[in-house]
Design a protein around this ligand. Sequence first.
Ligand code: SAM
Length: 215
Amino acid sequence: MRDYEGERKRMVDHQIRHRGICDRRVLAALEKVPRHRFLPEPNDPAAYNDYPLPIGDGQTISQPYMVALMTECLNLKGDERVLEIGTGSGYQAAILAELSRRVITIERFAALADRARGALAELGYHNIEVLVGDGSLGYPKAAPYDAVIVTAAAPEVARPWVDQLTERGRLVVPLGDRWGQHLTVVTKRGDKLDYQSVCGCVFVPLVGELGWDPE
Ligand code: SAM
């Protein structure tokens, strides 16, 4: 039988801790959440490999390291309300749910949202709500959020994300063009926004009213 737990331990040691992620809660969440259960084919031998994988509708589940890095950037302590834009497989949402109180996640493709909802329910997550819609507009109904994470490439910081953040809230978002972006942490301080660039990255585009047009 396949040793998924061992694969996760090796993934965390070699791909995550080794590259400098040191938030113990983030490392524990990555070690706990069964990434393979979020793939279209759970037996996929590449489930714990060091790269993104296709999940259907031309979309991807992000590389494990990128999930860890973006999560660490949010600096979650356990009591936050988090908004995720781009549910995809639901894997990132599960990691967030391990580290915060409530997660609202929005996906543009209904089929992906349905599958993510199923995987999250099977694993017993009760603090995640999966919605279908255009996350470029955020989700004002459940605002404010202590943290917003955008897992698709955005041309700029969409105003609704900032408006829906709490004071000192954090937004993590890949900013750039369709082919390359900078992972950016934006912190809300009164009327001001602090920008911190973390590293280069490549994400699928955020498609929507305040994102890119569909190709
Ligand atoms: N977080 C995901 C996971 O854990 O599997 C990976 C996300 S994938 C890299 C980006 C996702 O963003 C895709 O599923 C895509 O359909 C979605 N997306 C793109 N534009 C969107 C929008 N305006 N609103 C909501 N989701 C969007």
